[in-house]
Write a protein that binds this ligand. Structure first.
Ligand code: 0O2
Length: 221
């Protein structure tokens, strides 16, 4: 085998190894955060007799999706630059029943000592122009490796089931139309997002009433 081919295949193996190690750290970071969220949820369930979290989903961004974001955001093609600029390689989505639960869970995450809050974006108070709603947090969690500690970014998205339903449909439509959603569909999506907001408000209100009734019954017993 010619030397240059040998070098390039060695380089390739080294790049592959670096990439695997790079992604692996995000997996560990995500597991760490997932465990903490599950503990918070179970502890809350024990103390307050209800679960603020409906379900939790984790994902590692695919290499294809990482690269397309690298291009979109004009990030330098190096692992260091990608690690610093693409902060949602590890993502955790927390679905709550009520909007108040979203802020409750966010508050509990903020109090976790081993986690650093880097950034918060409240797309519930200020939805995106297309109607997208969710609370986003970029957090950093230490991952203890054999030779070093890596501060790893994890994106936390907290939303209600309605917001989640809307976002997953919008995501499918966005990709179907390659980002160019027809105006009529765009308007309908915005309208659907408003309806999600109204439903979330209504459900929160109903839940408050149920809690008041429960309280009244327990006070009279
Ligand atoms: P995917 O395929 O879900 O991973 P920034 O530099 O902070 O302005 P960024 O990182 O896009 O840019 O931040 P932002 O707005 O917080 O969005 C991060 C993620 O939130 C997205 O990741 C989506 O998962 C979700 N998201 C944001 N806006 C929308 C939206 O309008 N519709 C839907 N369905 N999801 C949205 P990705 O990498 O874009 O996509």
């Amino acid at each position: 085998m010619p030397t240059n081919e040998l070098i390039s295949s060695q380089d390739l193996r080294a790049i592959e190894k670096d990439l695997k190690r790079f992604i692996m750290v995000y997996r560990f970071g995500l597991d760490e955060v997932n465990t903490k969220i599950n503990i918070l949820n179970e502890e809350f369930q024990q103390i307050h007799d209800y679960n603020p979290i409906e379900h939790v989903k984790t994902r590692i961004k695919s290499p294809k999706s990482i690269l397309s974001k690298v291009n979109r955001k004009n990030v330098e093609m190096s692992l260091e630059a990608i690690g610093e600029n693409i902060r949602d390689i590890a993502g955790i989505r927390i679905v709550c029943s009520f909007v108040s639960d979203i802020y409750l869970v966010a508050g509990m995450i903020e109090k976790l000592e081993s986690i650093k809050i880097i950034e918060s974006k409240d797309y519930i108070k200020t939805p995106k122009p297309n109607g997208y709603q969710s609370l986003h947090m970029i957090i950093q969690v230490p991952v203890y490796l054999s030779d070093r500690v890596e501060e790893t970014y994890v994106e936390v998205q907290i939303r209600t089931a309605g917001m989640d339903f809307w976002a997953s449909l919008e995501h499918k439509i966005y990709y179907k139309y390659d980002g160019e959603i027809p105006k009529t569909l765009e308007d309908e999506l915005r309208d659907a997002a408003l309806k999600v907001s109204e439903l979330d408000e209504k459900m929160e209100d109903l839940n408050k009433k149920v809690l008041e009734i429960k309280q009244h019954v327990s006070d009279n017993n």
